[in-house]
Design a protein around this ligand. Structure first.
Ligand SMILES: Nc1ncnc2c1ncn2[C@@H]1O[C@H](COP(=O)(O)OP(=O)(O)O)[C@@H](O)[C@H]1O
Ligand SMILES: [Mg+2]
Length: 335
């Protein structure tokens, strides 16, 4: 039977949790160079990684470099490279990051865990992910995020050159991604959308189909365009943008959870944020629609001998470009 302990008014924690907290404390104390008491205040369970994120209070003897409330992020991969990604992004885009990215205050690891401590975003208690902010506020804020970030990215670019569509997509998604799970998902989406040729119609536009551009040689696959490289966030969806402020006019924002530790063609973040936002909107709409089966009616049973499909429910996991990524992380644009 697991023995239970009472700790710091934070509730009851089991033995395994106590050991884990001791481990975390050892890493923090080693980096700080002095003892510190960590009180766990509020856990955030909305991420997609194995990392555990908690708001906590650090209390030393008054001389510790870190005292007060911080965000403690603990990954069970000691080689997790988020601290590197954060360092690179904030060093390259300094003037933007100084205002818009909570600083990384401490980073350390042992053979099992990596601990990163960040400043808490925002001055008010009203800080919330853009995902849950009211639509009008978040739409205004998101276009501001995109505008300011793009300005900073262009202002501190890492050069550029001619690239084909394939080279650009592989720099973002990983070499050979079309042969892997992502390619599979793209082909499935294409099949479901009933797109067969090299183009498809979306609203009033005719757009090139990404799969056929890569799979077959055609007039688009060999074309080269000038591409600017720079520093992408790499996981810019609405859960990684925190909004602060009460009204649309005075809303502030912070970007957290930086994912890529290398330069890559720019505009990735902007396309990704747009897609993520569309998916969130779609999900909200879906929730507002009446259920397909009115209450009281049982859903139709699957035919005997056939397994019901659950397509679309499983989340794709992101693969990072080689040498660019943190460990395989969660579905980026999922609502
Ligand atoms: N610096 C911060 N300030 C305030 N809240 C934060 C901060 N960092 C993380 N959080 C909260 O924790 C959640 C998960 O953090 P995140 O770094 O995105 O982890 P994951 O990698 O699991 O997605 C965020 O959605 C946010 O609610
Ligand atoms: Mg996140």
């Amino acid at each position: 039977m697991t023995r239970l302990f009472e700790q710091d008014g934070t509730g009851t924690v089991d033995e395994e949790e106590v050991k884990w907290r001791e481990r975390v404390a050892q890493i923090v104390e080693r980096e700080l160079g002095m003892p510190v008491k960590i009180t766990y205040l509020e856990g955030f369970a909305d991420g997609f990684t194995a990392a555990r994120v908690t708001r906590c209070d650090l209390m030393g003897d008054g001389r510790a470099r870190l005292e007060g409330q911080y965000i403690l992020k603990v990954s069970d991969d000691p080689d997790d490279r988020q601290n590197e990604a954060h360092r690179l992004f904030t060093e390259r885009l300094t003037s933007f990051a100084d205002r818009r990215v909570p600083s990384l205050e401490l980073s350390g690891h042992d053979e099992q865990l990596r601990v990163d401590i960040y400043k808490v975003a925002g001055e008010t208690r009203g800080v919330r992910p853009a995902r849950v902010a009211t639509t009008a506020v978040s739409i205004d804020a998101l276009s501001e995020v995109s505008r300011e970030l793009l300005e900073a990215q262009f202002g501190h670019h890492a050069g550029g050159g001619l690239m084909t569509v394939r080279q650009t997509l592989e720099a973002w998604m990983g070499a050979g991604f079309l042969g892997g799970r992502k390619g599979e998902a793209l082909r499935e989406a294409r099949r479901l959308a009933g797109s067969a040729g090299t183009i498809f119609a979306f609203a009033t536009q005719v757009l090139p189909d990404p799969v056929s551009v890569l799979e077959q040689d055609n007039e688009l696959s060999g074309e080269v365009e000038f591409v600017m490289r720079g520093y992408n966030h790499g996981d810019l969806h609405t859960r990684n943008i925190l909004l602060d402020g009460v009204s649309a006019d005075e809303v502030g924002y912070w970007l957290i959870d930086i994912a890529w530790d290398g330069d890559a063609p720019l505009l990735y973040d902007h396309a990704y944020l747009e897609t993520a936002t569309l998916l969130v909107g779609q999900e909200l709409l879906r929730q507002q629609l009446p259920p397909r089966n009115p209450p009281g009616l049982r859903p139709p049973r699957p035919e005997k001998g056939r397994t019901p499909r659950v397509g679309g429910q499983r989340q794709a996991r992101r693969e990072h470009p080689p040498g660019q990524g943190r460990s395989d992380r969660g579905a980026p644009a999922s609502p």
